[in-house]
Design a protein around this ligand. Structure first.
Ligand SMILES: [Fe+2]
Length: 402
């Protein structure tokens, strides 16, 4: 429940309570969803200064619209959500640096643990603080750099990504800064137990035998015991301890069901699965985000909590026609045409490199498997970029052609 001034109300907000007894107003009930401006005006006329609203209702409404809607609506809605997440190129460069440096720190912390040393809590805190600060400033910028493959050792980059996605998801869920930072730390440490699993099992490329799989699963208990012994507070242990628990109780180590899994555990499960299936590994290529999301949809309410998953979708960019985006090739492009069945892979018109030098522009269809290595990193703030008119003419014709 959130206290909101009457002047800040908007359509879609779910009112739970007024600042006075309902007898003193001309409303018959206090619990309702604002459907139109007239209702807001009526609340004002009743001289109600503030109301209590359901803290998540308007965000939830957006998510519902995203998933209930037609592809065109999905794109429009997601674009609106992305508006606050525009990347400034300077910001992006410094974020990329922070990301790279942080992975190195995570690596050294985790390798210390593997070597039987005490781990460096200060280093973990520093990285978590950076992640939190960047997330609070812009929920999208860090999530966008997770797509840059920086490290050949999966475990370190995965720990970093789980931390970033968890922090961003926590922010989308409306958690406050100290909680976000705690979750960012927990994300960095979620797989410490793997450092205590024999490396031949951990790095075995093929399928694990039943025995090896039990050893591997044991990383959760090992990690929990280790972190507890290091004196980490209980609330920081929840994500590491519960990230393999599943909605229907089929997870491990304790077989908890949804109602017994903490919010940290639910966040951990969603982001751990997402990063695992979208990451390139030595022996297989990661899935593209749209296929990963589709697959995860099937698991909603059997393996993962659907609500939490729906909020996670907001971490994944969908870009409308005409928006300026940064490509994984370090080039800038304008989205030319949306592939409706693959909204995260449109046709883009590449026209400039990141230094601002014009390139002969070319259309690239990201939905084609031949351009697998090219991805959109994120939406760019177009203010300082000079986009040539010919691109817009081209886009117009391209969309008129059908
Ligand atoms: Fe794990």
């Amino acid at each position: 429940m959130k206290k909101v001034l009457t002047k800040d109300l908007s359509i879609g907000d779910k009112i739970l309570k007024f600042d006075r007894s309902w007898m003193e107003t001309d409303f018959l009930k206090h619990k309702f969803i604002i459907k139109d401006q007239a209702t807001i005006d009526r609340i004002k006329r009743n001289d109600i200064q503030y109301v209590y609203v359901d803290a998540q209702s308007s965000e939830e409404k957006k998510v519902e619209k995203i998933y209930g809607g037609e592809p065109e609506e999905i794109i429009e809605e997601a674009a609106e959500l992305n508006e606050n997440n525009l990347i400034d190129l300077d910001d992006f460069n410094s974020t990329t640096e922070i990301y790279k440096e942080s992975i190195k720190i995570v690596k050294s912390v985790l390798e210390d643990i593997r070597g039987g040393k005490l781990f460096n809590t200060g280093a973990v805190k520093n990285v978590a603080e950076n992640i939190t600060e960047l997330t609070m400033r812009n929920k999208g910028v860090l999530a966008s750099v997770t797509k840059l493959r920086q490290h050949d050792d999966y475990t370190f980059q995965h720990s970093m990504n789980v931390s970033i996605y968890s922090a961003s998801l926590a922010a989308h869920l409306g958690l406050k800064e100290p909680e976000i930072e705690r979750i960012a730390s927990a994300g960095l440490l979620h797989d410490v137990g793997k450092m205590l699993v024999p490396t031949d099992v951990l790095n075995k490329p093929g399928k694990l035998t039943d025995d090896e799989f039990s050893i591997m699963k044991n990383h959760v208990q090992l990690g929990y015991d280790f972190l507890k012994k290091q004196g980490l507070p209980q609330d920081m242990l929840r994500l590491p301890y519960e990230h393999h628990e599943r909605f229907d109780g089929s997870g491990y180590p304790r077989g908890l069901v949804d109602k017994d899994i903490s919010i940290e555990g639910k966040i951990g499960a969603v982001v751990d699965i997402y990063d695992a299936i979208t990451s390139d590994r030595v022996y297989h290529k990661g899935m593209e985000p749209p296929s990963a999301l589709k697959l995860m949809f099937k698991w909603a309410d059997s393996h993962i909590n659907k609500k939490v998953f729906e909020f996670f979708i907001m971490n994944i960019g969908i870009y409308p026609v005409g928006s300026l985006v940064l490509m994984s090739t370090n080039e800038l492009a304008v989205v030319g045409k949306t592939n409706l069945n693959k909204p995260t892979a449109p046709v883009v018109l590449v026209f400039m490199n990141k230094k601002g030098q014009r390139l002969p522009f070319k259309a690239v269809n990201l939905a084609k498997s031949s351009v697998n290595d090219q991805k959109i990193i994120g939406p760019v703030n177009p203010e300082k970029i000079d986009i040539p008119d010919e691109i817009y003419t081209y886009i117009d014709n391209m969309n008129k052609a059908e």
